[in-house]
Design a protein. Structure first.
Lengths: 109, 174
């Protein structure tokens, strides 16, 4: 093996310097735990029940974004991957909206 | 993998929609607020979130050629996945004891369908992780094969992301 230039696969070479290190991953993990703890705390605070749904949705979206951007490294990868994933996600969101409207979930029907 | 995950968004989007459409339409109990144990499910959620951290540390380890690190973090990820599955098994069992099954009411049907399919995905993920761990123990998971860990990691994080939505939409939003 000595003297032979070891060439790593493209995905290793291109991502090695771009992807965050373990320190950043632990930081994101801590943020995820804190956001989850906040969600559960908000659930139990009576005074916040009037704004419970929007607060929970925002906290959930923040957790979603942290995992997708950092752990699934979309922030550092090709935009093609972002398009493929968010294309599916947009279709799913449209499907959900259509079904909820069709069954009049927003109107208490 | 990204195309597959995009299609999985549609799959779980349909199941979550089904749950939301059925929500509050059960004619007989038991109802969600009588059954849900939020502190218990929060601990399961914590286990799954931490498993994602372990997974990404396994990925970081293989990128640095740290064989021992890959083995440890892969095993830790699979273990936390099993903790989550154990929690789900306990939760399902207690719900059945309380009288909620797939056939009881709309809540039971849509709840077990959604969380059951998610649990099946976690089970597949655990099997995948343990297979990778066996390969790593045999010395077959080198830095050149980091894509194998990356693909498993993407799947595992996706399962985590879906649970983030389920935990909020099903358990926390009244």
């Amino acid at each position: 093996m000595e003297g032979k230039a070891q060439r790593l696969p493209a995905h290793v070479e291109t991502s090695e310097h771009k992807h965050p290190g373990p320190g950043r991953y632990v930081l994101v993990g801590t943020a995820l735990v804190m956001l989850t703890a906040t969600e559960v705390a908000v659930y139990y605070i009576e005074a916040l029940h009037g704004i419970l749904v929007p607060v929970l949705l925002v906290l959930s979206a923040a957790k979603f974004a942290l995992v997708v951007l950092f752990y699934m490294h979309l922030k550092f990868d090709s935009r093609l991957f972002t398009g493929l994933f968010f294309g599916g996600l947009a279709l799913a969101a449209s499907l959900m909206l259509a079904l909820l409207l069709l069954f009049r979930v927003f109107f208490g029907g | 993998m990204w195309t597959f995950l995009g299609s999985e968004c549609l799959f779980f989007g349909s199941l979550i929609s089904n749950y939301l459409v059925s929500k509050g339409k059960s004619l007989v109990g038991p109802y969600p607020h009588e059954l849900f144990d939020i502190p218990f499910t929060s601990v399961s959620t914590f286990a799954l979130l931490m498993s994602s951290l372990m997974m990404v540390l396994a990925y970081a380890a293989i990128q640095r050629g740290n064989q021992r690190g890959v083995r440890i973090w892969l095993l830790a990820t699979a273990f936390l996945g099993l903790v989550f599955l154990g929690g789900q098994f306990y939760e399902f069992s207690s719900f059945v004891r309380e009288g909620l099954t797939l056939q009881t009411n709309l809540f039971g049907a849509s709840f077990f369908l959604l969380t059951g399919f998610h649990g099946a995905h976690v089970t597949i993920g655990v099997i995948w992780l343990l297979s990778l761990w066996v390969v790593a123990m045999r010395g077959g998971l080198t830095q050149e094969k980091s894509l194998n860990v990356d693909l498993a990691a993407l799947y595992w994080h996706f399962v985590d992301v879906i649970w983030i939505i389920i935990f909020t939409v099903v358990y926390l939003i009244p």
